[in-house]
Design a protein around this ligand. Structure first.
Ligand code: NOJ
Length: 560
C-alpha cells in the first residue's frame, strides 16, 4: 500500500451543492480533542490548531459537540447560554477563528443545538424559579403541581433517561416546597416548554446567531424530544419501573408529532441563508417514523443508527445496509452511516465483545472485550461504511482505532448517568486524544494535564506513531477517504448490487468497485472466487499477501 496524496494546502475541488449528501463529517468532542492552554480540558484554539490534520485526513466537515457556556454537568449538553462560548473552551472570537480557518481549508462546520432542555443555570430557569407558579417566566419550562395531598408526589410516573425520576420538586422563593419541573435527562437539565411561543422565538434567534457567524449546519440534540404529550399522562412502565418502550414506538415523551412543526419553522430559516445550510437530527425513533422528519420542509438528514447495531455476520451487515438505503431512496435523503459517537461504546471495543452481547447493554463497558479481534472487525466495518453512498459520520479517535477505556476510576467519571445510577456511563469513549507518543498527556495538553487519564495503550495509537505507517488504522482511513472522494462513492446513485459470495462473506458492488467483508473464520481466496476474477486491491483492512482476504477483514477491489 502506498501513502495517499496530502491535500491540506488546497481546498477540495468539489462543488458544495448539497455538500452534506455525501460528506464525511468528523465529530469533535471539544473537551477531549486538543488543549491549547494546558488546563487539561480541550478548547477551540486547540481544535483550530489541529484542522490541518483533519484536512489531511480528508474530512469534508466537522461537527462540534457543545462548547457553549455551561456548568458541564452533562459534558456541555447542559447549556446556560446558547450564544456564548464557555471560558473553558475560549471566546466567541475563537469560535469565529475556528469557523474561518475551517472554511479556508474547505471544511464545513456543524454546530450542536440543544433544544430539549437547558442547564438549570440558564438565566431563564433561574428566573422561572424565582417568579412563582403561573408566571410567564415559569411557563418557559415544564412545571407542574405534584399529586398527593400536599403535592408531594411527582406529576406523573416518567423516569429519566439517566435513571431515577424525571421530575424534581423545587423550593419556592418563600421557602415552602413547591412545584415540580420535568427533566428527561439530569436534574440539572430542565426541559423547555415548547408549548410556549417564546421558547420558539428563543431558539430561532439561537439558530440565526450561529448561522450569521458562518456555521454550515446543526446537529440537533434529542431531536425527537421537545414536544410532550398533552396532559402529561402516566407512561406504562417496565418491571423495573422504567418508562416502557413499546415495540415499534418511542417512549411516551419522545417522537410526538408536534416536534415536526419545530422543523417546519426552522427549515425556512436555514434556507434563507446562502450555501446549503443543513440540519441532521439525533433522533432515536423507530425506523418507520424517520421519513416524517426528513424532507424539503423539515430536516435534511437524521442519523441512521441501525448500521451500528448490526451484529458481526454477512447477513446482519447486509440487512443493516439495505434497510437504510431503501429508506433513503423513499425520502430522497442520503443515509447517514455512523459507527461511533460520544455516547456509545467505541466500536473497536464493541466488536470484540462475546457474541451474546446485546447492543445497548449499559454495563457492557466493563466487560472484557477481545480488543485485538474488536479492532480487526472495527477496521473492516469502517472500510465498508466508507464505501457506501450517503454521508458518513466519524467520531474523533476512531481513525486511530481507539478502544473504550473501561477502567476509569469512579471518582473521575463525570457522566451524570454514572452519578445517578452507578452505571459505568460514557466517559470511556471521551478520553482525550493521543497525538504524540513521547509528549506530556500524549500531546493532548502541553502541561500533561488531562481531565480524564489516558491509558498506557493509547501511546502506541498516537497520531505520530500511526502517521505514514501504511498498516495503521489512521492511514487506512486516510486512504479510504481520499479514494471515496476520487471515485465519488458517497454521491453514487447507482443501486448497490450484492454479489454471490461464499458463506460468511458479504460482497457488494457499486461505482466500479467491489467491497468485500469476510465475517467467517477462514481466509477467502479471491483468485478462486469466480465472481471476482482478476482484481486490484485498492485498500484493505488487513494485508492480502497471498491474494487471500483474511477472516475479520475487508477490502475494496477493482476488477481488472
Ligand atoms: C444526546 C447527547 O448526545 C448526549 O451526550 C446527551 O447526554 C443527551 N443528548 C442529553 O442532551
Amino acid at each position: 500500500m502506498t501513502s495517499p496524496t496530502r491535500t491540506h494546502d488546497a481546498p477540495p475541488s468539489r462543488t458544495f451543492d448539497q455538500w452534506w449528501r455525501d460528506a464525511v463529517v468528523y465529530q469533535v468532542y471539544p473537551r477531549s480533542f486538543a488543549d491549547s492552554n494546558g488546563d487539561g480540558m480541550g478548547d477551540l484554539p486547540g481544535i483550530t490548531s489541529r484542522l490541518p490534520y483533519l484536512a489531511d485526513l480528508g474530512v469534508d466537515a466537522i461537527w462540534l459537540s457543545p462548547f457553549y457556556t455551561s456548568p458541564q454537568k452533562d459534558g456541555g449538553y447542559d447549556v446556560a447560554d446558547y450564544t456564548d462560548v464557555d471560558p473553558r473552551f475560549g471566546t466567541l472570537a475563537d469560535a469565529d477563528e475556528l469557523i474561518a480557518c475551517a472554511h479556508e481549508l474547505g471544511i464545513k462546520v456543524i454546530a450542536d443545538v440543544v433544544p430539549n432542555h437547558s442547564s438549570s443555570e440558564h438565566p431563564r430557569f433561574q428566573q422561572a424559579l424565582l417568579a412563582g407558579p403561573g408566571s410567564p417566566e415559569r411557563d418557559m419550562y415544564v412545571f407542574a403541581d405534584g399529586k398527593g395531598e400536599d403535592g408531594e408526589l411527582p406529576p406523573n410516573n416518567w423516569t429519566s433517561i439517566f435513571h431515577g425520576p424525571a421530575w424534581s420538586r423545587i423550593t419556592e422563593a418563600d421557602g415552602t416546597l413547591g412545584q415540580w419541573y420535568l427533566h428527561i435527562f439530569d436534574t440539572t437539565q430542565p426541559d423547555w416548554n415548547w408549548e410556549n411561543p417564546n421558547v420558539h422565538d428563543l431558539f430561532q434567534n439561537v439558530l440565526r446567531f450561529w448561522l450569521d457567524r458562518g456555521v454550515d449546519g446543526f446537529r440537533v440534540d434529542v431531536a425527537h424530544g421537545m414536544v410532550k404529550p398533552e396532559g402529561l399522562p402516566d407512561a406504562t412502565v417496565t418491571a423495573e419501573g422504567l418508562v416502557d418502550i413499546p415495540e415499534g414506538e418511542a417512549p411516551i415523551y419522545f417522537d410526538n408529532d408536534g416536534v415536526l412543526d419545530i422543523y417546519r419553522e426552522w427549515r425556512p430559516i436555514l434556507d434563507s441563508y446562502e450555501g446549503d445550510r443543513m440540519m441532521v437530527l439525533e433522533a432515536w425513533i423507530p425506523e418507520h417514523r424517520v421519513p416524517l422528519y426528513i424532507g424539503d420542509d423539515v430536516a435534511h438528514q437524521a442519523f441512521s443508527f441501525g448500521f451500528l447495531q448490526a451484529t458481526w455476520g454477512a447477513d446482519t451487515i447486509r440487512a443493516a445496509i439495505e434497510q437504510p438505503l431503501a429508506q433513503a431512496g423513499a425520502v430522497d435523503s442520503p443515509t447517514t452511516w455512523v459507527l461511533s459517537n460520544h455516547d456509545l461504546i467505541r466500536h473497536a471495543t464493541r466488536y470484540g465483545f462475546p457474541p451474546d452481547y446485546q447492543f445497548g447493554e449499559g454495563l457492557a463497558r466493563d466487560e472484557r472485550s477481545n480488543t485485538v479481534l474488536g479492532l480487526r472487525r472495527a477496521r473492516a466495518l469502517s472500510l465498508v461504511m466508507l464505501a457506501l453512498p450517503g454521508s458518513a459520520y466519524l467520531y474523533q479517535g476512531e481513525e486511530l482505532g481507539l478502544p473504550e477505556v473501561a477502567d476509569i476510576p469512579d471518582e473521575l467519571r463525570e457522566d451524570p448517568a454514572h452519578k445517578r445510577a452507578g452505571v459505568p456511563g460514557r466517559d470511556g469513549c471521551r478520553v482525550p486524544m493521543p497525538w504524540k507518543r513521547e509528549a506530556p498527556a500524549l500531546g493532548f495538553s502541553r502541561t500533561g494535564e488531562s481531565w480524564l487519564p489516558q491509558p498506557p495503550e493509547f501511546a502506541d495509537l498516537a497520531v505520530d506513531v500511526q502517521q505514514d505507517d501504511p498498516t495503521s488504522t489512521l492511514e487506512m482511513y486516510r486512504k479510504a477517504l481520499h479514494l471515496r472522494q476520487d471515485l465519488g462513492l458517497g454521491r453514487s446513485e447507482e443501486p448497490i448490487e450484492f454479489l454471490d459470495a461464499p458463506d460468511g462473506v458479504l460482497a457488494l458492488a457499486h461505482s466500479g468497485i467491489i467491497v468485500i467483508v469476510n465475517t467467517g473464520e477462514t481466509p477467502v481466496d479471491l483468485a478462486e472466487w469466480s465472481g471476482i476474477g482478476q482484481a486490484e486491491v485498492l485498500v484493505s483492512s488487513d494485508a492480502l499477501e497471498t491474494g487471500e482476504l483474511p477472516a475479520n477483514s475487508s477490502a475494496w477491489i477493482q476488477r481488472l
